[in-house]
Structures are given as structure tokens and as C-alpha cells.
Design a protein around this ligand. Structure first.
Ligand code: ATP
Ligand code: LTN
Length: 333
């Protein structure tokens, strides 16, 4: 809460091509807050370097992620859209929060356990402290809500614990945030293995539908998606493959699971998969058309990065100096 205004904050890493999981679980839900909240949506490049990145690709993806924010309907007049590394307060507050976070707490984070298993050759301190940088992102803006996919819920809960702990020692410092998880798109699963999250860093491109995949590719990927035994389109834990496709279909059409079951009653998996491909391609077509337009104007994207960073810095500075003062850092005006 900044003054009387409630705040929404979220971030996406420029660590790969964005997927329909990122879209349905996160970005699509950002725009809804713009009318009644002060909203900050960040491209979190400092989080992305917790695993090795190729510099030229990181740079390109940073532009692309911002262009995607704009293409998905985030109006830069109503939302503060910016790049994390351009607002130095994020890294500074993260350091301070590191000193108020337990080793044990960070060791319990599922994402750390997963990523350190996947990147066993590079288990760096940044990967371990990833959640305190995320807490800094959120707490700098006195955030009330963080719209995220379900995989990030644990990090937002840790952020709450850190904020409450800090507030106990130094009352009135931070707003304690709530995670907001989109009901339907909370976890889109891989098309190759429906027990695994669809992830932009998956090595198998057929497991993942990217927001920028063309129509034929989208339809082909859904056609090849792993399904379950039987032939009936029904939403049940025994059919994780079909249930995942039903979730995607439901997200893009607004239809409920019983409506979808009825629509495909007596039809086979083949018809259903084609329909999922078609609604996905239809829904993404306008985003893709906008994206090409935004990405073509690098100058405009850079102007947006600058404007966004200036707006964000104003709020970030206020919270950081409040924290520094409470901690006893000397402040000279
Ligand atoms: P990586 O594979 O590099 O870890 P990621 O695909 O998980 O990345 P992030 O940048 O970490 O993507 O996530 C951005 C947002 O998208 C987060 O709010 C996250 O919860 C959400 N998200 C990511 N994947 C999915 C998914 N499969 N279903 C729903 N939401 C998702
Ligand atoms: N860790 C998040 C990205 C992220 C984020 C945030 C999300 C970084 N900072 C603050 C919400 C609020 C992820 O999606 N992996």
C-alpha cells in the first residue's frame, strides 16, 4: 500500500522464450489490476543470472519480454513496466533481507532444490538467495498482491515471513503481501510429461508451446501431446494428459470442464487436440501481431525502459531509505 493505493507487483525472468504457462499463469492476469491498483511489472534480469546466460541472448530476451508485456495488453500509461537491473534498490534491499533470512528457510525452497539438481555444476550463492531478491522486489513497492503461478507461492510465503519478522523488529516498515494464484492457469503442465510443469527452460521444444509459435507449430505440438489410455475427454486425475489439455482449452475459451466434456462427448482425442490447437493459435494471434510491431521499434522500447525505471525508482527509493534509517545507517541529506 502506497498512501491510499493498493499495489500489485510481479516479475518474469528473461531466461528463455515465454510459454503459454507464463501467459496463462501470470502475464494474462496482470492487466486486470491496472484499474484499481498501482501496478509494477518487472523483467527480472538479475534473477535470470542465477543460472548461466549467454549475454547477447539475455539482452535480446530482455527487450522481448518487455515487448511481450506490451503485446499482452499492459498499457504503459497505466502500469509501470521496467527492467530490474535498472533500479539499483532491488539489489541493495536484497542484501539487507539476506541478513534477516535463515539458511534453513532458503534450504527448504523447492525451486532451489530442483534447480540445484538441474545445474549441479553451478550451485551458486545467488541461486540459493534467489528468494530474498524476489522478496526485495515485492517489499520495495509495499506490495499488496503478487499475481503468480502456483510454483511461486512458496517464495511469496517466504516474503511474508521476512516482512513480518522485519516489522516485528522495526514496526511499520513493510506491507505484508498476498500471493494471488490464477484459478485455472495456475499450473500448465508439459505436453511431453504431464506430471512436470511446462517450463521455458525445457530442452524438449515439443513439450512446450511458446507464445510466439506459429499456428502450424502450435497445432502440430498439440497433436503430438502425450495423452492417456481410453478415448473419452474427461477431467480426472487418472488422465493427467487430457486434463492438462482441458485446462488449456478452458483458459482460452472460458468453458467449464463439464461443458468441455459434453462438447467432445463421442468424439476422439484427435478432434479434441485439434480444437485445443486452434483455440490456442486464435488466442495468441493478436498477441503475436502486436509483438512484431513492438519489437521492431527498439528506440521506443528503450524509452519505455527509461521511463519505467524512473517511475519505479521513486517508490523504491522511498522504501529503501525508510529501511536504512530504521537499521541505523547514517543518512546525510
Ligand atoms: P524457468 O523455466 O526459467 O524456471 P519459468 O518458465 O518457470 O522459468 P518464470 O519466469 O520463472 O518462468 O515465471 C514467470 C511467471 O510465470 C511466474 O509467475 C510463474 O509462476 C509463471 N509460470 C511459469 N510456468 C508456469 C506454468 N507452467 N503454469 C502456470 N504458471 C507458470
Ligand atoms: N521468481 C519468479 C519471478 C519473480 C517474481 C518476483 C514474481 C521475480 N521477482 C516478484 C513475482 C513477484 C518466477 O517466476 N520464477
Amino acid at each position: 500500500m502506497f498512501g491510499e493505493q493498493k499495489v500489485s507487483f510481479s516479475g518474469v525472468q528473461p531466461s528463455g522464450n515465454l510459454t503459454i504457462g507464463n501467459y496463462l499463469g501470470a502475464i494474462r492476469n496482470f492487466a486486470a489490476y491496472a484499474e484499481s491498483y498501482k501496478t509494477f511489472y518487472c523483467v527480472v534480469d538479475e534473477h535470470a543470472i542465477t543460472v548461466r546466460q549467454v549475454p547477447a541472448e539475455l539482452r535480446r530476451r530482455t527487450y522481448e519480454t518487455l515487448a511481450l508485456y506490451l503485446s499482452c495488453g499492459l498499457d504503459p500509461e497505466k502500469n509501470t513496466l521496467y527492467v530490474q537491473s535498472m533500479v539499483h534498490e532491488h539489489a541493495e534491499l536484497a542484501w539487507i533481507l539476506n541478513c534477516f533470512t535463515g539458511f534453513g528457510e532458503l534450504s527448504r525452497m523447492t525451486q532451489f532444490k530442483d534447480k540445484s539438481a538441474r545445474h549441479a555444476d553451478n550451485i551458486n550463492a545467488g541461486l540459493f538467495a534467489y528468494p530474498t531478491l524476489m522478496a526485495a522486489d515485492i517489499l520495495l513497492y509495499q506490495t499488496d498482491v503478487g499475481p503468480v503461478g502456483v510454483d511461486q507461492k512458496q517464495h511469496v510465503e517466504l516474503t511474508r515471513d521476512i516482512a513480518e519478522r522485519f516489522n516485528q523488529l522495526y514496526p511499520g516498515t513493510f506491507t505484508v503481501p498476498e500471493p494471488v494464484i490464477a484459478k485455472n492457469g495456475m499450473k500448465i503442465m508439459s505436453l511431453a510429461d504431464p506430471t512436470k510443469k511446462m517450463s521455458k527452460s525445457d530442452e524438449n521444444p515439443n513439450a512446450v508451446v511458446y507464445i510466439l509459435d506459429d499456428r502450424d507449430t502450435i497445432i502440430r505440438k498439440f497433436k503430438r501431446a502425450v495423452t492417456d489410455s481410453g478415448a473419452e475427454v474427461s477431467y480426472t486425475p487418472e488422465k493427467p494428459g487430457i486434463s492438462n489439455l482441458m485446462t488449456i482449452y478452458s483458459c482460452f475459451t472460458g468453458k467449464t470442464m463439464p461443458q468441455i466434456e459434453k462438447e467432445f462427448d463421442g468424439k476422439g482425442y484427435g478432434d479434441f487436440k485439434l480444437a485445443v490447437g486452434e483455440v490456442t493459435a486464435d488466442a495468441l494471434a493478436p498477441v503475436q501481431a502486436n509483438f512484431a510491431r513492438y519489437l521492431a521499434d527498439k528506440g521506443a522500447l528503450e524509452a519505455q525502459m527509461k521511463k519505467g525505471a524512473e517511475e519505479a525508482s521513486y517508490y523504491a527509493r522511498r522504501t529503501l531509505s525508510k529501511v536504512q534509517k530504521k537499521l541505523g545507517f547514517v543518512q546525510i541529506r
